[in-house]
Design a binder for this molecule. Structure first.
Ligand SMILES: [Fe+2]
Ligand SMILES: [Fe+2]
Length: 379
């Protein structure tokens, strides 16, 4: 399928064709208790124990050791949460709410008869769905980082990645607890997110775990957490997100710093593979925004709803674009945007997200996001 037309943009028909391939895939079995994915990588020992050979990674490792927090004691779990209020607060102020209203008015929309009751229900379910995907994504990060400990050949990176394993365990723990104790509904992993995690885990090349997880999945998570953190006034959720974000910024920085070095050694054909991997990951993430599981639970025809969704111009979906505000500058920093024939620049232009290319890259902003250190300096 052609990526772009002569104006550099994908036509509505091409988007629809791509979508039909996406939406026809079945959702994950919601009743399965575990999922097995073949991890094809080799575990690597290094005998070079010299700490600090990679100065930036060493600095990040030292920082991670002093920025630890405890989800059980640093957060106040005692308060009641009014889920309807929190969900509405986020949705009303969120670009997503605006966009979904547009979907309602679109031609052929299966929700064009919706009233206040249905919207309210959607808002709560959408909130539960987003938190559920955060939780599942965090488990993906936990597994991927454990894999990085095994597969990366540098001791400074193994040390740092080990701290990230603890961070990710804590993130899964706090999102799972928030859902368990405060939110009446939860969702299985979204099909597109699972496929992306499967791709990342099953790839045998160690740097692909970094690109898929540290740059793409975590880059999107950082933007999504940032948006929810800004909009919510619910104290537990707000605190939980700010703590998680201070870790996530370090994680994305870890990816940028490591890959910047490694990509210097790669051939242009190998770089092209990375560009394509990043593009595939980005498309899978867009598939996730369809929230198929929410429409399904609300009794809305998923296919019809998704069709309406995909007919919209992605450039008009400000919420969706914003989620790429970390990914695009970080890919640029890695040289992936313009390498070769500029494949990834074209792809991101097509997706309507290229405008973020000059935003600050995460390896430069992670210290600003360190809330644990800020708290300490205030006390
Ligand atoms: Fe995380
Ligand atoms: Fe992370």
């Amino acid at each position: 399928m052609a990526l772009t037309d002569e104006t550099g943009e994908r036509t509505a028909e091409e988007r629809l064709e791509a979508f039909e391939q996406v939406v026809c895939q079945a959702n994950i079995d919601p009743h399965a208790e575990i999922r097995k994915v073949q991890d094809n990588a080799e575990a690597i020992f290094t005998w070079d124990y010299k700490k600090g050979r990679r100065e930036k990674l060493d600095k990040l490792y030292e920082k991670a050791k002093t920025s630890q927090w405890n989800g059980s004691t640093d957060l106040d779990w005692s308060s009641d949460v009014d889920v309807e209020k929190v969900a509405n607060e986020i949705n009303d102020n969120d670009y997503r709410g605006m966009y979904v209203s547009m979907l309602m008015e679109a031609e052929g929309s299966p929700i064009n008869h919706w009233g206040e009751k249905e919207w309210n229900e959607y808002t709560i379910e959408s909130f539960a769905w987003r938190l559920s995907q955060f939780m599942h994504g965090e488990q993906g990060a936990l597994l991927c980082t454990a894999k990085i400990v095994e597969t990366v050949p540098w001791i400074d990176a193994k040390y740092y990645a080990a701290t990230q394993v603890v961070d990710e365990a804590r993130h899964v723990e706090v999102f799972a607890r928030y859902l368990d104790e405060k939110v009446p509904s939860r969702y299985p992993i979204n099909h597109h997110l699972q496929e992306l995690l499967d791709d990342i885990i099953s790839d045998s090349r160690w740097d692909m775990t970094y690109l898929g997880m540290q740059i793409m999945v975590e880059g999107l998570a950082l933007a999504a957490f940032g948006s929810m953190h800004r909009l919510t006034s619910e104290p537990l959720l707000k605190n939980l997100l700010r703590y998680v974000m201070s870790d996530e910024a370090r994680h994305v920085a870890f990816g940028v710093i490591s890959l910047q070095e490694y990509y210097q050694e790669l051939t242009s054909a190998e770089i092209r593979d990375r560009q394509e991997f990043a593009h595939d990951a980005a498309e899978r993430m867009q598939g996730r925004f369809l929230q198929q599981e929410v429409w399904d639970r609300l009794g809305v025809d998923v296919y019809a709803m998704s069709k309406v969704f995909l007919q919209q111009d992605p450039a008009e979906n400000i919420f969706q674009q914003m989620l790429f505000s970390k990914i695009v500058p970080n890919c640029k920093k890695l040289g992936l945007l313009d390498a070769g024939d500029g494949y990834l620049r074209n792809a991101f232009t097509d997706m309507g997200v290229i405008q973020y290319e000059n935003f600050v890259s995460t390896d430069e902003e992670y210290t600003d996001l360190d809330e644990v250190e800020k708290d300490r300096s205030l006390s």
